[in-house]
Ligand binder design. Sequence first.
Ligand code: MTE
Length: 327
Amino acid sequence: MLIGKPPDIPSSEITSRGAYLGYLSRRRFLKGAAAAGVAAVAADRLSQLVSPRTTVRAGTKLQTVPSPLTTTGEQLTPYADITHYNNFYEFGVDKGDPAKNAGGLPTRPWTVKVDGKVAKPLNFSIEDLLKLHPLEDRVYRHRCVEAWSMVIPWVGYSLSEFIQQCNPLPSAKYVQFISYYSSRVEQWAGQDPGIYWPYSEGLRMDEAMHPLTLLTFGLYGETLPNQDGAPVRIVVPWKYGFKSAKSIVTVRFSDKQPPTTWNDQASYEYGFYSNVNPDVDRVPWSQKTERRIGLPFYQQNRTTLIFNGYKDQVGSLYAGMDLRKDY
Ligand code: MTE
């Protein structure tokens, strides 16, 4: 995961996305390459002055229906922030890099392969997936372990609808999600972000089957921009954002807990569960509060809620577990 000090500049007071920079990658930090990191950030700021960022292609409108599972009463994060303040290491480690670099992600044709503990391996085209169930508008809070948050109007349907079509065997206890990878990823990233490819995440089967877990195709009523994980990603709103794998190409059912990217990198900080929990800090961030992106400075700081505020819906999944140990 990223490490570094967020800029103290409120997003509302900046005109360039370049001002969001200032994060150094965990890997670079762990390697003690702080000086190199600072130089890279300075160079990136300079390049922003010369060549400002652009949004990667406009989305296609999706036909959606309202959802009873939508989160109400929160101000939505502006589209520009959701699409220009991203973590998608395949396209670079700085927040603005995915919007700049993700144009080459080949989102058509796109196939999601299903394998592992299933009655029979299957392939779903993105067109199959888009038709599999009505697409719902679901607003969720989105909380990153870096202590920033957003409120995003996603479009998708419960992952459980898809899993039912996969015919998992009774021995399937976990689901792994594997993101798109090709050797071009290194080229896109521009520098070694220091994580193992392909990006991989996983859930326990009951977490994957929970109705809030969203197979996600869009946001703000349109197809996902590439930098947000086109053409299909996972969203698990009660967990830190890194559990939500982008641009998935494989769904693998397993009887064992699957390897996951950040847990492999630093298991002492990034547990398999990684439920949002204000009582368990992740170095260097306290998880007690968060900075809501896109709001005026004086409204940004807010208290982080256990399970990102979804305790009533998901708390029972963890009954009897020690959430400090199973973090
Ligand atoms: N998926 C892939 N394939 N690669 C990534 O680097 N980053 C994760 C997650 N999914 C990541 C990924 C992290 S750390 C976060 S916080 C969220 O995506 C960010 O999603 P967003 O950019 O849409 O806000």
